[in-house]
Design a protein around this ligand. Sequence first.
Ligand SMILES: C[S@@+](CC[C@H](N)C(=O)[O-])C[C@H]1O[C@@H](n2cnc3c(N)ncnc32)[C@H](O)[C@@H]1O
Ligand SMILES: O=c1cc(-c2ccc(O)cc2)oc2c(O)c(O)ccc12
Length: 339
Amino acid sequence: MEITIIQNLNLSYIRTFALRCAVDLDITGRIQAYGRPMPLNELARSIPIPREKESMLGRLMTLLVNQGIFAQSEAGYQLTPASQLILTEGSNMGANVRFTTYAEVIKIWSRLSEVFKESGEQTLLEKVFGGKKFWEFTKEKPEYGKLFDDAMASLSNALMRGLIASYLHIFDGLNNLVDVGGGTGTAVKFIAEAFPKLRCTLFDLPHVIAKALKSESFDVVGGDMFEKIPPADAIFLKNILHDWNDEDCVRILKRSKEAIESNNNGGKVIVVDIIMGFESNDPKATETTLLIDIFMMGLLGSKERSKHEWHDIIIRAGYSDYKIYPVQLGVNSVIELYL
Ligand SMILES: C[S@@+](CC[C@H](N)C(=O)[O-])C[C@H]1O[C@@H](n2cnc3c(N)ncnc32)[C@H](O)[C@@H]1O
Ligand SMILES: O=c1cc(-c2ccc(O)cc2)oc2c(O)c(O)ccc12
């Protein structure tokens, strides 16, 4: 029914905030700690919430069960594979939920139509916050910066084990690798521990490197990827290029190429990012890439790219060839770029 389509879309944000509520109340952790299906009254008691609010909690749980976040049997609520990802001990996707629902920033979306009415390249975020760019925002607002770092780390945690298992051969024969824009080091730590002979370096802006994981398994270097990238056999760019417009992507890819060339040992660039239209057959995956694309537009003025758009920036940056690996990582693909 058409009216249902509109009503459903119109109220979609209730889904978002039901999930945020589950994260804030640590419902996942409580069900996990209970160790068996958890009845509503036990869940209510563990939070704890006033008795008269128990039926409200039941209604919230009904929605979250409907959305696949929890499962329900007569004995009580249980975790699903999706809610397992919210556990702090696991990938902690709760950090991602807190980042995307950060109250001061989420309000920008109520003004989305304004960006279409003016010419120029100002993003929605810049428009609402007096010209402030996303990277200035994360730097100047440490609370938001920390949520961003944790959100990216949680996505990396959810992805890296699968990436290394499915794409072992990509790292074969490499002596050293630089994870460019590697954030606080979650991904590079996975790689360094999986390949102890591979010398790994985490490279990011100095203020991000200052917050990075301390580990003996990789080196850390602070710098600007638009200026110079440390030399290596392999440059790893995970969820970097979707942050930038085409011109900036070409600049980053050129700096990456120079880093490999100055190492004088052949080499390649490994890109992990979304390719629009390449996601799995699951309609949820397509919808998710479309949502991420608009999210990137609003916050960074950037975009997710089709195969054709990837081809364009790779060739413009001077690479001779590339190979796309079929998606096995949710919505992310792997692209290898050759000199
Ligand atoms: C979307 S995050 C990706 C983090 C990490 N690669 C991952 O997949 O979790 C983008 C990263 O690029 C870094 N970054 C932004 N501008 C940069 C620059 N000019 N030079 C180096 N790193 C930069 C940010 O600090 C951030 O850690
Ligand atoms: O909020 C995000 C989310 C992503 C993201 C989402 C899904 C993926 O498979 C990968 C990455 O990336 C972001 C990003 O690069 C950024 O600069 C800000 C926010 C987000």
